[in-house]
Write a protein that binds this ligand. Sequence first.
Ligand SMILES: [Zn+2]
Length: 278
Amino acid sequence: MIEQLSEGFFEIFEDGTFQKMDPARLDNVSEDTSLGKYSSALGIDPLLIQLSGKTIVIDPGLGWGLDHTSSYHDTSSVVTNLDIFEISPEDVDLVILSHLHYDHMAGCTYVDENQKTQATFPNARYLVHKEEFDYALTQTGTKYHSKGALYNLDEFYKLIAEKRVDFISQSIFSPLQGISLIKTGGHTPGHLIAKIIDEEEIFYFLGDLVPTEYHLNHYAMKQIDYDPVQTKKTKRFVLNNATEENATLFFYHSLFQKSGRISLNKKNQFTLSQPSSS
Ligand SMILES: [Zn+2]
């Protein structure tokens, strides 16, 4: 089983802060004077996989509403999303992190009623690439410099101290049968994507290598990517493979079409088909 989860829609401001956004605003983006000028809209869509008897979450999101102090308890979060599938946080075996930007990993932890940081998934191993962690260490404490490219490891250190985190050093690593984690770099030095093979069907979780369907054919991350040349090269390589494999792609930040298969049209552009109903 592979299911795309959703924390909903957010507005990210120039200082890197997030605010939940009314999705109705997407109906008339062109008339919305602040959106696009002072902020950008994005979705936050983690992935749930059940494979080989294990339950896996990729990029657990912002963790919106998980903290005891939050006033957003009735909002959708990775935990309320799992509940729909009758999965509790205790059931999750593995959490895979494409990279350590805040909007992909803050949901790894929450603050409980005693103001203590706790692992959101108390029985899970957390997987991240070693190069990503090493780079993130050099970035914490430095001033946030570009939209969305924020590291905040304060709560992640707790997971490391509790020995819940495993660091990957290989460029391709398979944590269990059917899942390969492929280091792409580009967006961040240790960025990785996941390739999932479930009963001969192939799926990709692309993280911020291709954050939305718009990014299939547009390169709009110049200000954010650590190594833009690497991003461009790897993106083309991965998308060409995914086309040949007739794979289903999952986008983490899409506003409109969040998944689908791709093909190349006559202008050599990728077009996205409607997702299959499986
Ligand atoms: Zn990112």
